[in-house]
Design a protein around this ligand. Structure first.
Ligand code: CMC
Length: 427
């Protein structure tokens, strides 16, 4: 009769073990009973980069990588991108349900109330050189926030956690805009709480002398991009937030770890790397030679491939649509032609087909950000603003999960066996 168990025969000893199977997984710790003798630690799994290990149970985001499905709390990403605001998505990810009108009003007011940052944050940002990378500044600034809110260490108190989550969502756009103004040598534009979340951020970025003509189409396009980045289950930066947060440090320190992880070119930094790549390719004529060099392993086609998606990234599909809305306002980004041609060639090429490499979220987003006036090295900051509610929802879920403990992977030791220390004259 069928049973939800796995039978394992250890051929080293001839013993057979029965391990429970639940939700398509076995518990790695159950393998520890499989031993060759009393002094054996027990069997472990070896899984660098967590290729096949579920590190948590989560009710936030569902991805089917083969079918190209993404849902936040059960809602298809296509519906959310079409109908939700970014603040509704932040609420949904953290609370599990869409807010009703009264809940949304309270949430929006709470965020609005906290948009200002301590003026010492400006002094802190001014310590950076004129050519500092915005992501390096963001990692530092978010970590520094923990020193302004020492109460944040009381992570056991849900009301306190709520305040810190609100502070982060409210203040990150202010810090991100101040970083931009610092690098441009522009005076800081303070938050305007008569504007909505996106309108206020764009105003802090681009207002000159208090003047900025808002473009609602571009603002909605930016909002959709932030929504599409809001959560993506256990990606590198979210795992970093969970892992660092599992030490029970304050959320600013945990989120700064997420920002640091996002900075890397294999993760959020890919949107910047795509634009650098398109610049290097330069013209359509150079595309075949570039593709050949990628196939020879001389570099990667940035913005392509994904650990989980083995079909078209649903976010990339939606972003491609947004691109046309944006270019209708700003004029065509000339690099779009190269990107479209690259995509066409790659999707027909055996190398990419065999490896199931499709455009990911970062392939088209940079072209849009550039057309909106954001500098290339700033793109990943926008990704961070988008991903923040995901990091916070996952941090909250991790803290409430009774199965979780401090993250502490095992290793297989490959160094020398014990040996005696040699005095310096004998080495
Ligand atoms: N261009 C060329 N070849 C690639 C690419 C690419 N972009 N991505 C993967 N491959 C090849 C890789 O060389 C390997 O080939 P082989 O089997 O012959 O050695 C095979 O495909 C499998 O790649 P992998 O590196 O084992 O796959 P992974 O799951 O470890 O990596 C990835 C996923 C996203 C890091 C990788 O696809 C990549 O480097 N892509 C480019 C960077 C990028 O666009 N990152 C953004 C990811 S989506 C948003 C986000 O997370 O922030």
């Amino acid at each position: 009769m069928a049973k939800d168990t796995l039978s394992i025969t250890d051929n080293r000893t001839g013993k057979t073990y029965e391990v429970p199977v639940a939700e398509g997984t076995i518990k790695a710790t159950d393998l520890r009973n499989i031993k060759t003798g009393d002094d054996d630690f027990g069997l472990m799994t070896y899984d660098p980069a967590f290729m096949n290990t579920a590190a948590c149970r989560s009710a936030i985001t569902f991805i089917d990588g083969d079918k190209g499905i993404l849902r936040y709390r059960g809602y298809p990403i296509e519906q959310i991108a079409d109908q939700a605001t970014f603040l509704e998505v932040c609420y949904l990810l953290a609370e599990g349900e869409l807010p009703n009108q009264a809940q949304l009003d309270k949430w929006t007011n709470d965020i609005r109330y906290h948009t200002y940052v301590h003026t010492n944050i400006i002094k802190f940002l001014e310590g950076f050189r004129y050519d500092a990378h915005p992501m390096g500044m963001l990692v530092g600034a978010v970590a520094a926030m923990s020193t302004f809110y020492p109460d944040a260490k009381h992570i056991e108190d849900p009301a306190n956690r709520y305040v810190q989550r609100v502070r982060l969502i409210a203040k990150l756009p202010t810090i991100a805009a101040f970083i931009f103004r610092h690098l441009r040598g522009l005076p800081y534009e303070f938050p305007r709480n008569d504007l909505d979340y996106i309108g206020n951020y764009v105003n802090m970025m681009f207002s000159i002398g208090g003047q900025h003509a808002p473009n609602k189409v571009l603002q909605r396009a930016l909002e959709i991009l932030l929504i599409l980045h809001a959560d993506h289950e256990q990606n590198c930066s979210t795992s970093a937030v969970r892992s660092v947060g599992s030490s029970h440090v304050d959320p600013y320190s945990a989120v700064s770890a997420g920002v640091a992880a996002l900075y890397g070119p294999l993760h959020g930094g890919a949107n910047e790397a795509v634009l650098t790549m398109l610049d290097e390719i330069g013209t359509r004529q150079n595309i075949p030679a570039f593709i050949e060099s990628v196939k020879k392993g001389e570099g990667r086609l940035m913005g392509f491939g994904h650990r989980v998606y083995k079909s078209y990234d649903p976010r990339a599909k939606l972003i491609k649509k947004v691109a046309y809305d944006v270019f209708a306002q700003t004029g065509m980004n000339p690099k779009l032609e190269i990107a479209l041609e690259l995509e066409k060639i790659a999707l027909e090429d055996e190398y990419f087909i065999k490896r199931k490499l499709y455009p990911n979220v970062d392939f088209y987003s940079g072209l849009i950000y550039q057309a909106m006036g954001y500098p290339t090295d700033y793109f990943t900051v926008l990704f961070a603003i988008g991903r923040l509610p995901g990091w916070l929802a996952q941090w909250e879920e991790m803290l409430q999960d009774k199965d979780q403990k401090i993250a502490r992977p095992r290793q297989i030791y490959t160094g020398p066996a014990t040996r005696n220390f040699l005095p310096i004259g004998k080495r």
